[in-house]
Ligand binder design. Structure first.
Ligand code: TGC
Ligand code: FAD
Length: 392
C-alpha cells in the first residue's frame, strides 16, 4: 500500500465535543494504526492471514476491553472512548476491528456481566493483555438471523455438562484460546459457557476462500461430546437476551468503526481527485466528482453526529437496542456506499492494493451482514416504532 497520508475529516468541528481523555485515546489509536497497521495490512489481507504481531499493540492502546474496569485489566474508559478506538482501528481495517470487537464486547463483556468473580479473575486480565484471544459462538449453519432456533445443546451429566453441536462463521475461531458459546440446556433455555482450547472433542476448522475480511480469521466451532466443567457456565444471565445483550455492545462499536472505514475512503479519494489530471485539470474540479465527494462528507458528518449522541446515551445507560441498530445499519450502509463511490473516483487504480478502498469495500460486505444483517436492523427499527414484529 502507498504511504499512509490519512487526515481525518472533521467538517463540523466535532472534536470540540470530545474531552481531553477522548482526544488522547483517539490520537494514540490513530498514531498506532498509522505506525503498525497500515504498513502491513495490505499484505496480510492479500495473503488471507491474521497479523498476530499486532495483538500486543491492540492491548496497549486499550482495544481489548476499553470499558472493562481496570481491576480486571481493562482500560476503564467510557463508551465514547471505546467508540473512538473502534473508529480508528477500522480506519485501518475492519478485520482488525473485528478482532478487537469480539475480544471486548463478545468475550470479555459476557464474562464480566454474566460471569462470577472466579471467572472474571481467571479470564479477563489475560484477555485484556492479549495473552488469551477469545471468540463468540452464536451463529449455526442453520440458524443465522434466528439464533433462538439454535440446536447446539448441553446435557447435565452430574459432575459436568456434555456439549454437542456446531457453530459457523466465527471470527477468531481458528486460534482462539477460549470461546464463549451459547447452547440450549435440556429445558431449551439458552446458557452461556466458556469452552477452552484443548478440551477433548472441541475443534475449530478455518473457513477459507473469503473475499472479505481476509485479514481476520474465521472458522467453525465443532463440539463432539465435549465435557464442560460446571464452573465454566456463566451463571448470572441466560435466555436469548444474554447473547443479544453482548451484541448491543458490539454493534455500538461497529457503528463507530464503520465511520473509520468511510473516513479513510473519503480522504483517499479526495487526495487522489486533487492530484489526478484528466482533460487538463484535476478531476476534483469536475462537477460529477465533486458531487460524490460532497455527498460523502455530508454522510460522514451525519453519521458522526448520530454516533456521538448515541455514545452520550450509552454513557448514561440510556441507549436502546433499537437506537444501536439504527446507528449500526445507517453507518455501515453509509460506509459501503462511500467505498463504492470512492473506488470509482480512483478509476482503475481503485481496484489495486496500492490503495485501501477496495479492501474496505470488500470488508464492509461482511460488516453489513454480521452482528445482524441490514434487513434485520431495519426490522428492529420497524418493530420499535410500530410495536409489531415482522420477523416471523
Ligand atoms: P425476541 O423474542 O425479540 O427476544 C428474545 C429475548 O431477548 C430479549 N432481547 C434482548 N435482550 C437484551 N438485548 C437485546 N438487544 C435484546 N433483544 C431482545 C427479549 O426481550 C426477549 O427476552 P425474554 O426475556 O422475553 O425472553 O427474539 P427473536 O427470536 O424474535 O429474535 C430477534 C432478533 C431477530 C432481533 C434477534 O434474534 C437478532 O438480533 N438476530 C440477529 C442475529 C445476530 O445479530 N447475530 C450476530 C452473531 S455474532 C456476530 O455476528 C459477530 S461478528 C463479530 C465481528 O467479527 O465483529
Ligand atoms: P441468514 O440469516 O440466512 O439471512 C440470509 C438473508 O435473509 C439475509 O439477507 C437476511 O437479511 C434475510 N433474512 C433473514 N431473516 C429475515 C427476516 N425475518 N425477514 C427478512 N429478511 C430476512 N457469528 C457469530 O456468532 N460469531 C462470530 O464471531 C461471527 N463472525 C462472523 C464473521 C464473518 C466474516 C461473517 C460473514 C459472519 C460472522 N458471523 C458470526 C455470522 C453472522 O452473524 C451471520 O452471518 C448473520 O447473523 C446472518 O446470518 P446468515 O449468514 O445465516 O444469514
Amino acid at each position: 500500500m502507498s504511504q499512509d497520508l490519512f487526515q481525518a475529516p472533521d467538517y463540523y468541528q466535532l472534536d470540540e465535543l470530545l474531552t481531553e481523555e477522548h482526544l488522547l485515546v483517539r490520537n494514540a489509536a490513530r498514531e498506532w494504526v498509522k505506525r503498525e497497521v497500515s504498513p502491513i495490512i495490505e499484505e496480510a489481507a492479500q495473503q488471507a492471514k491474521f497479523p498476530k504481531s499486532i495483538i500486543s499493540g491492540l492491548a496497549e492502546i486499550g482495544a481489548f476491553g476499553p470499558y472493562i474496569p481496570e481491576e480486571y485489566g481493562g482500560a476503564g474508559l467510557d463508551q465514547i472512548s471505546y467508540g473512538l478506538i473502534m473508529q480508528e482501528i477500522e480506519r485501518g481495517d475492519s478485520g482488525i476491528r473485528s478482532t478487537a470487537s469480539v475480544q471486548s464486547s463478545l468475550v470479555m463483556y459476557p464474562i464480566w456481566k454474566y460471569g462470577n468473580e472466579a471467572q472474571r479473575q481467571k479470564y479477563l486480565p489475560k484477555l485484556a493483555s492479549g495473552e488469551f484471544l477469545g471468540c463468540f459462538g452464536l451463529t449455526e449453519p442453520d440458524h443465522g438471523s434466528n439464533p433462538g432456533g439454535m440446536t447446539t445443546n448441553i446435557k447435565d451429566m452430574g459432575d459436568y455438562y456434555l456439549l454437542n453441536g456446531a457453530k459457523m462463521w466465527i471470527s477468531n475461531a481458528p486460534f482462539a484460546d477460549v470461546a464463549v458459546v451459547w447452547a440450549k440446556n435440556e429445558e431449551g433455555r439458552i446458557k452461556g459457557l466458556i469452552v477452552e482450547r484443548g478440551m477433548e472433542g472441541f475443534s475449530t476448522p478455518e473457513t477459507h476462500n473469503k473475499w472479505s475480511l481476509r485479514a481476520s480469521a474465521t472458522g467453525e466451532l465443532i463440539f463432539d461430546n465435549v465435557k464442560i466443567p460446571k464452573e465454566n457456565i456463566l451463571p448470572n444471565k441466560d435466555g436469548l437476551g444474554a447473547p443479544l445483550g453482548c451484541l448491543d455492545s458490539a454493534r455500538y462499536g461497529i457503528a463507530w468503526g464503520a465511520i473509520g472505514a468511510a473516513m479513510d475512503c473519503y480522504d483517499t479519494a479526495l487526495r487522489y481527485a486533487k492530484q489526478r489530471i484528466q482533460f487538463d485539470k484535476p478531476i476534483a474540479g469536475m462537477q460529477l466528482q465533486q458531487k460524490k465527494l460532497a455527498e460523502m462528507i455530508t454522510e460522514i458528518t451525519k453519521a458522526q453526529l448520530l454516533t456521538w449522541r448515541l455514545g452520550v446515551l450509552k454513557n448514561e445507560n440510556r441507549a436502546t437496542t433499537a437506537q444501536i441498530s439504527m446507528a449500526k445499519r445507517n453507518n455501515v450502509d453509509m460506509a459501503i456506499h462511500i467505498a463504492r463511490e470512492a473506488r470509482q473516483i480512483l478509476g482503475a487504480m481503485g481496484i489495486t492494493g496500492e490503495y485501501s478502498i477496495m479492501r474496505h469495500m470488500m470488508n464492509l460486505e461482511s460488516v453489513i451482514t454480521y452482528e445482524g444483517t441490514h434487513d434485520i436492523h431495519l426490522l428492529i427499527t420497524g418493530m420499535d416504532i410500530t410495536g409489531i414484529s415482522a420477523f416471523k
